[in-house]
Design a protein around this ligand. Structure first.
Ligand SMILES: [Zn+2]
Length: 372
């Protein structure tokens, strides 16, 4: 693609600004090594371990980074982008490499590469950190090229969490109104209790003994499934795949119902803890509030379900943008016909860009499917 005159002017201005920041970063690094950027800029999504491909000698990453950065400072953006891509392939969890890959690609007119890299920077960094702010600035300044996307951070306790890729579809079971046994219902359930549930799920007849939640209406189940299907495009995007199952003992994700979920939310999602055997993802949907929604139930329940499934897929952090599906929206916000990724879905392009970036990055915590 080619840039207009105004864009060119912006490019020059922005390029000058970025170069200045980059030079400052280098000056700040007392050892004059590119890899010695400020601590804040060195936040990693997972333990920093150089990726070593079998049978090959790991390239000298530091030298490669310095070479790439020199090209960047000389405004040889095409070469810089190429070299930063090589650095990324060696260590995708390096936030500075992702940022400079994005910036170089942008100035080399490779908008697609730039978009992916800048989104990764935001997703892997704490909000308002140095590189996150720089990446957001670029995404906003080049709004038209980047379709106005505003990804959001997914970092929690310095880690990213998501499902393992390529391990078979995530199997989802939506119960027909069933609620968990006493002591595990709604606000009674916590992460520790989930661990007890995992083994209870293995007991023969466990699911047959469960009761139906009060105020449950059989049509709710399909509404929940519609919400989950709002993410149906993730497989074709090569992110991760999922399918419904009728067998709860084979499910990775289980939807239960409860009168009140607690914490003022209609839905709650409990992540599978990978250090626990047979860990599953548990979603709670509240029936009491659905009753109050009345005629709005089909749209509101679908959105609630889609929001919870966004959590299931790994979007554990909320968006600050009230229009995004993954905003920590209040109960009173209706299903919106948003500037969405698909007109059929409540998922916005911001949710999409965030999930895509999450699955392009190494994770600190990986969830495995039961079929592992
Ligand atoms: Zn949420």
């Amino acid at each position: 693609m080619s840039l207009s005159k105004t864009d060119r002017r912006l490019e020059t201005e922005f390029s000058a600004a970025v170069t200045k920041i980059a030079v400052l970063a280098v000056l700040a690094a007392t050892t004059a090594q590119y890899s010695a950027l400020p601590a804040d800029a060195r936040v990693s999504a997972h333990p920093r371990k150089p990726v070593q491909k079998k049978g090959k000698v790991a390239p000298n990453v530091e030298a490669l980074q310095r070479k790439a950065f020199t090209c960047y400072l000389q405004r040889n953006y095409i070469e810089a982008a190429k070299l930063f891509k090589q650095c990324f392939d060696v260590d995708p969890s390096d936030v500075s490499v992702n940022y400079y890959l994005g910036a170089s690609a942008l100035f080399a007119n490779d908008v697609k590469t730039a978009e992916h890299a800048l989104c990764r920077v935001v997703v892997m960094s704490p909000p308002d950190s140095e590189f996150s702010n720089l990446a957001m600035k670029s995404l906003k300044q080049w709004r038209k090229e980047f379709h106005g996307i505003e990804p959001y951070s997914q970092l929690e306790n310095g880690r990213l969490m998501r499902w393992e890729k390529g391990k078979g579809p995530i199997k989802v079971w939506v119960s027909d109104g069933l609620q968990l046994p006493r002591g595990f219902v709604g606000p009674e359930l916590d992460s520790e209790k989930c661990k007890a549930l995992y083994s209870m799920f293995q007991r023969p007849g466990f699911f047959n003994q469960l009761e139906t939640a009060v105020h449950y209406v059989p049509s709710y189940r399909d509404m929940v499934k519609n919400g989950i299907n709002d993410w149906g495009w993730v497989a074709s995007e090569g992110i991760v795949s999922f399918e419904f199952t009728d067998d709860p003992t084979k499910a990775d994700v289980l939807y239960f119902w409860c009168p009140v979920s607690g914490a003022g939310s209609v839905g709650r999602t409990y992540y599978p803890w990978t250090r626990t055997s047979n860990a599953r993802c548990i979603v709670h949907i509240e029936t009491e509030y659905l009753r109050k929604w009345g005629a709005r139930v089909p749209t509101e329940l679908r959105k609630t379900s889609a929001h919870e499934f966004g959590h299931v897929l790994g979007l554990n952090q909320h968006s600050n943008n009230i229009n995004d599906l993954m905003a920590a929206s209040g109960k009173d916000i209706s299903y919106r016909e948003m500037t969405s990724f698909s007109s059929e879905s409540a998922v916005t392009k911001n949710d999409y860009a965030t999930l895509r970036a999450l699955y392009e990055l190494p994770a600190g915590e990986l969830y495995s499917t039961m079929g592992r």
